[in-house]
Design a protein around this ligand. Structure first.
Ligand code: BG6
Length: 507
């Protein structure tokens, strides 16, 4: 929650734009996301004084709650985080309202429209509205249609629609959903969320690349030999089996979060720092990307599934023994893929992406490995010569590390690798805002820079279509190799790199 500015490096940092008066309408208000992410993010914005006093949140779901029950439920679920700011919460919660709504019932939409007008008068929110679909993905299309049908998206300047992930379940369904939402409003009214783009360090990829002159000349196939993008989690599937069983790691993490990191790492510099320039470059690079072997996708994709593991104190059940999981499930909880990007900058450079649940460590990072020095003049001290690497740490311990060779102390002339480290914590001394704080604020401000445009989403799905199709047609070619929970995934994933003479980075 908002901290005071004591570190000189932070002076002047809180200059973010104030969000103009408006009402945020959350569909799925009784669900997890609302109390885990959305209301805390709004409260944080309130504490940072970025929410105008003329704001309202209208929670909508099928439950017959009242405003008071909604406020109380949020207060209970947000404890103890709000305990430090009781008065602020009191003020903030006066802006929370609730309306029972089933988006499939036309008469509910009529009532909703009336309630919104009432809220506008009560809170002076002036018809500025951000609709947030935090409902089951199966209802994104019909939800958008219902809102448009009730005329609630008609004001192109003052109404926006935020759609949670997953946006589609494959290329065809993403195209179809795009057609539906585009028939309901204009592209600049649609905000497709990928919460990774709300992470400070993911945005930092662009700043590192385009605010410095030292990186860009090296950021290409002439100097970089391979790129790894990892999002490793220590948690298992938790209580989400019903969703995850249908999804698996490729759809849950790779198509969206890892592919967004790939796009930011690999894109060309935008002409200007404005939404369409950036999104054009991201879409372009994704359109140039392809699986290393689209005709034989099983050779460039390794799937895994966690077995039991952990320690006596913290045992971990195997995926198939998690509540709600089919005991014969072949859903992957780990996946690694190899891609190439056919453009002038990256031709021939392999990009390896991997993600998994119940892995050895929680970490997300991008690692660029540079080509070897053309001539080796010095012997290596113990440990051997390592290629230069630049690692952008997305989380935790946000920052970046540069690894290079220096002279090992002593009378000889041997080299050894060292790491030069930048850490957000050490430099700025304050944790970054949660991704949702940034994304909600941007959506309410109408700034789409950090949201995925329709062509980006489609390009990202198209990239993995050979795997998704292959899985349907010849599942035997894509076994989910077992791995022990708490390790780095199946050995077959190491082989994917070993074939190219490489290793996954083990932080
Ligand atoms: C979500 C996935 O999008 O991202 C989850 O559905 C995953 O399965 C989560 O755990 C990871 O997000 P973060 O921010 O914890 O890396």
């Amino acid at each position: 929650m908002a901290a005071t500015l004591t570190n000189p490096l932070r002076v002047g940092l809180r200059q973010e734009r104030v969000i103009p008066p408006q009402c945020l309408i959350v569909f799925g208000a009784s669900g997890d996301l609302t109390h885990r992410k959305l209301i805390p993010a709004l409260f944080e914005l309130f504490l940072q004084r970025r929410l105008s006093s003329e704001f309202a949140v209208l929670g909508c779901a099928r439950r017959p709650w009242s405003d008071e029950i909604f406020r109380q439920t949020m207060a209970e679920r947000l404890q103890p985080a709000i305990a430090a700011h009781p008065q602020s919460w009191e003020q903030f919660s006066q802006g929370l309202f609730y309306e029972p709504v089933d988006l499939q019932q036309p008469e509910h939409l009529v009532r909703l429209a009336q309630r919104l007008e009432q809220v506008d008068r009560q809170r002076a929110t002036r018809g500025e509205r951000t609709f947030y679909l935090s409902v089951s993905p199966a209802f994104y299309g019909s939800g958008a249609r219902a809102l448009a049908g009730a005329g609630l998206l008609a004001d192109r300047q003052r109404s926006r629609l935020v759609i949670e992930k997953p946006f589609g379940t494959d290329y065809a369904s993403a195209q179809q959903l795009n057609r539906v939402v585009r028939s309901c409003g204009q592209e600049n009214q649609i905000f497709r969320i990928d919460h990774y783009l709300g992470k400070e360090t993911v945005q930092n990829i662009m700043v590192l690349r385009f605010a410095n002159s030292i990186f860009e000349p090296l950021w290409n196939r002439n100097h970089i030999s391979s790129v790894q993008i990892t999002a490793a989690e220590t948690v298992g599937v938790e209580q989400r089996a019903s969703y995850y069983e249908q999804s698996g790691a490729l759809k849950d993490m790779v198509q969206n979060h890892l592919t967004q990191m790939l796009a930011l790492t690999a894109m060309e510099p935008p002409g200007r720092f404005e939404p369409e320039s950036i999104r054009n470059e991201k879409a372009k690079v994704l359109q140039a990307a392809h699986l290393a072997s689209p005709e034989q996708p099983w050779t460039c994709c390794v799937r895994g599934q966690y077995g039991s593991g952990g320690t006596a104190e913290r045992p971990m059940a195997s995926y198939r023994h998690e509540p709600g999981v089919d005991p014969h499930s072949t859903t992957e909880t780990y996946v690694a893929v190899k891609l190439f990007i056919d453009n002038w900058r990256w031709q021939g450079v392999p990009f390896y992406l991997r993600t998994g649940k119940h892995l050895a460590k929680r970490l997300s990072e991008v690692t660029l490995t540079f080509r070897d020095a053309p001539v080796r003049l010095f012997d290596a001290a113990a440990g051997g010569v390592s290629a230069n690497q630049f690692v952008i740490r997305i989380q935790p311990n946000e920052g970046a590390t540069f690894r290079f060779e220096v002279k090992a102390p002593g009378s000889g002339m041997r080299s050894r690798p060292i790491s030069m480290n930048f850490s957000y914590d050490d430099s700025f001394g304050e944790p970054s805002d949660e991704g949702y704080v940034r994304l909600l604020a941007d959506a309410m401000l109408g700034d789409p820079t950090l949201f995925t445009r329709s062509d980006e989403v489609e390009a990202a799905w198209r990239l993995y279509t050979p795997i998704l199709e292959g899985l349907k047609q010849s599942p035997d070619k894509f076994p989910a190799y077992p791995y022990e929970a708490g390790t780095w995934g199946p050995a077959e994933s190491d082989e994917l790199l070993a074939r190219d003479g490489l290793l996954w980075r083990r932080p």
